[in-house]
Design a binder for this molecule. Structure first.
Ligand SMILES: [Zn+2]
Length: 259
């Protein structure tokens, strides 16, 4: 019997955006609620976070109306987790809304794919100013901090950070994008994150509008995600879909029980 984890989405809130920013080549003029998330896995290995969320300072710098957003500290508090007790953080990719530390999670080891790290440190993402917009303005400093502390775990393919939790690189949205598959009481639960920005990407078979690597790779990632969750939306969390707020119960402010 595999270890069963409880899976939670922690959401600071969201904003209204055009569907064309989510579905590639979708005509403009039709809006949706784009939610922000980080995820919490609760199980035998202790609390595990998937991604880090971001500070209000950074959100403001990126043009987000942060006054209406909950802080990540408040979300962890609502979920009963002290950030200092988190020792494992699985980074799906390194875009600013998923990786921003600024001193947060001081005792955690961060798991990231080598392809993702190298893209942002020695590939196009290291120099091209348009691509760099996807990073936090503290990226270099945050990375240096966890690297020099020995808290960076670099992966070369699928990995099992804890019994019942698997990482699988899929690429597409970002070069080293990885999805998280968690053994839950519902069966394998897939945190697809931005490999599948919204449920509609899968329903309508439309790649995410943001695809730094390759549209074909995005579509392969979507096919793999569908296979991993058996096409069951109750075992699937996309990266920015406000539909998560209504599909799953809110058990504390901003804390959604997914499985
Ligand atoms: Zn994102």
């Amino acid at each position: 019997m595999p270890a069963a984890y409880e899976v939670y989405a922690l959401s600071p809130g969201g904003r209204t955006v055009d569907w064309s920013t989510r579905l590639y080549l979708h005509p403009a003029g039709d809006t949706m609620t784009s939610a922000y998330f980080l995820w919490l896995l609760r199980g035998p290995a202790g609390p595990i976070l998937v991604d880090t969320g971001f500070t209000h300072r950074l959100g403001r710098a990126k043009g987000v109306a942060v006054e209406r957003l909950r802080t990540r500290e408040a979300l962890l508090d609502a979920a009963g987790v002290d950030p200092r007790e988190v020792t494992t953080v699985l980074l799906t990719h390194l875009h600013w809304d998923h990786f921003d530390l600024e001193g947060f999670l001081p005792n955690a080891v961060f798991w990231v794919q080598r392809g993702e790290l190298e893209f942002w440190t020695s590939g196009d993402g290291a120099t091209d100013p348009w691509i760099r917009r996807f990073l936090s303005d503290c990226f270099d400093r945050d990375l240096e901090t966890i690297r020099s502390d020995g808290r960076l775990r670099i992966l070369d393919g699928p990995a099992v950070p804890a019994a019942g939790v698997r990482l699988e690189p899929v690429g597409g949205h970002s070069p080293g994008m990885q999805v998280v598959v968690v053994d839950s009481s519902r069966g394998p639960f897939v945190i697809a994150n931005d490999a599948l920005t919204t449920y509609r990407n899968l329903r309508e078979w439309a790649p995410p509008a943001i695809h730094l690597n390759s549209i074909a790779e995005c579509l392969r990632a979507m096919a793999r995600i569908k296979e991993l969750c058996d096409g069951d939306e109750q075992r699937l969390s996309p990266g920015h879909d406000g539909e998560v707020w209504t599909k799953f119960p809110e058990v504390a402010p901003g804390v959604y029980r997914l499985a």
